[in-house]
Design a protein around this ligand. Structure first.
Ligand code: SF4
Length: 377
């Protein structure tokens, strides 16, 4: 029986009652998919995730109304709360008093306040986090790497992610802020392994949050996640994990249960995944408060069922829940779908094919997939 290697000697970062890194038990986290400003639904889901064993629960904040909901949410749930700021980093000062950790995405700091430098924005976030005893996560994501890294590392998305994360660590070091963790996520488990190994070599002191983004539907979503987590955790890399699955709201707790199962399996040397995946690859996001139509989860399942006949073909289809991240996150797929309130947008590679009704789009996906297979053969 293979035993995992000793954990990397990361420093300890505190997010409220939760210790991340420094030899603390690996924290399991998840994210609410409810609308954050619907406090009843979000509190219920956060409590459900905590009951399933989540140490931290993340919520998205995209507006002042979302931010305002956090005060009440804080009063109604006990679990450590994390806010996902994405491009709304300017709301940090409004949310920080009510949460334990802030996630910012270095790739989303350039959209607003274009005259302000990235250094200044990061310093502002660190000051707010410090004032309210919040931890930070530098959350680098394959679908939204800051443009300057894309141009510095053409064709090397992993190199771009790692360089971006290292630069932000250096920025925070210079500011004198050390309560931060880093994540480097991609939908391809091989890239997640590569990126985290490269980063951990350079910065073994920084705690890592592991995740395969948009791992998609079960069972494939768990398999992809296991491939990455088993390899990394077995090498002592990883201090907190999030399993990202496309699940209906009443089954979100399964992300947490699967996370715990993976940790237990690795702890006991039980490795269940094979490191290579081939054939049809359906990527789909875990959904969050940005989803505008709950039919998204159903759509992802229908796309999977409709395309089973092509399981032997190396084709990637991405199904994303929203118009915010959908266009970027589908860039690397052969066919990409992202959902609006009434329509689903479809593209082939980077070429937009139009917006279709939720049922209507399925026929077009089938037509496009057939044509793609035909062209390749
Ligand atoms: S793609 Fe949109 S809906 Fe899906 S998890 Fe990302 S932000 Fe949320």
């Amino acid at each position: 029986m293979t035993q995992p290697a000793p954990r990397n000697p990361t420093r300890t970062v505190r997010a409220g009652p939760v210790r991340i890194g420094g030899g603390a038990p690996i924290a399991v986290q998840s994210m609410c998919a409810t609308h954050t400003q619907d406090v009843d639904a979000t509190a219920e889901q956060a409590r459900g995730l905590a009951a399933a064993g989540a140490d931290l629960v993340r919520v998205a904040v995209d507006s002042a109304r979302d931010a305002a909901a956090l005060r009440e949410l804080r009063e109604r749930v006990d679990v450590a709360l994390v806010v996902d700021l994405q491009e709304h980093y300017r709301l940090a000062s409004e949310v920080a008093p009510w949460v334990d950790k802030l996630r910012y995405n270095p790739g989303h700091l350039h959209h607003h306040e274009r005259k302000r430098t990235i250094e200044d924005k990061v310093a502002g976030l660190a000051a707010i986090a410090g004032e309210h005893q919040c931890a930070l996560r530098v959350g680098v994501n394959c679908g939204s790497v800051a443009p300057e890294y894309d141009s510095r590392f053409p064709g090397d998305s992993v190199g771009a992610m790692v360089a971006c994360a290292l630069d932000h660590c250096e920025l925070l070091d210079r500011i004198g802020f050390s309560d931060f963790v880093v994540s480097l996520k991609d939908s391809d488990p091989a890239k997640v392994i590569d990126a985290n190994k490269r980063f951990a070599l350079e910065r073994p002191d920084v705690p890592l949050h592991l995740g395969v983004t948009e791992a998609g539907l079960l069972p494939d979503g768990e398999i992809k996640t296991r491939i990455a987590f088993e390899q990394l955790l077995a090498q002592g890399i990883g201090d907190t994990i999030r399993v990202s699955l496309t699940l209906p709201n009443d089954r979100k707790h399964e992300e947490v249960e699967i996370g715990h199962r993976i940790l237990e399996d690795v702890q006991h040397g039980r490795f269940r995944s094979v490191p290579e995946l081939s054939g049809l690859n359906i990527i789909s996001c875990p959904s969050c408060s940005r989803v505008e139509n709950e039919a998204f989860v159903d759509l992802a399942q229908k796309v999977r069922d409709l395309t089973r006949y092509a399981s032997e073909h190396d084709v990637t289809i991405a199904v994303m829940g929203c118009r915010v991240n959908g266009p970027g996150e589908t860039d690397d797929a052969d066919l990409g779908l992202w959902c609006g309130p009434r329509h689903v947008n479809l593209k082939r590679g980077t070429e937009k094919l139009g917006a279709f009704g939720y049922e209507e789009v399925l026929d077009r996906v089938r037509t496009e997939l057939d044509a793609l297979i035909q062209r390749r053969s």
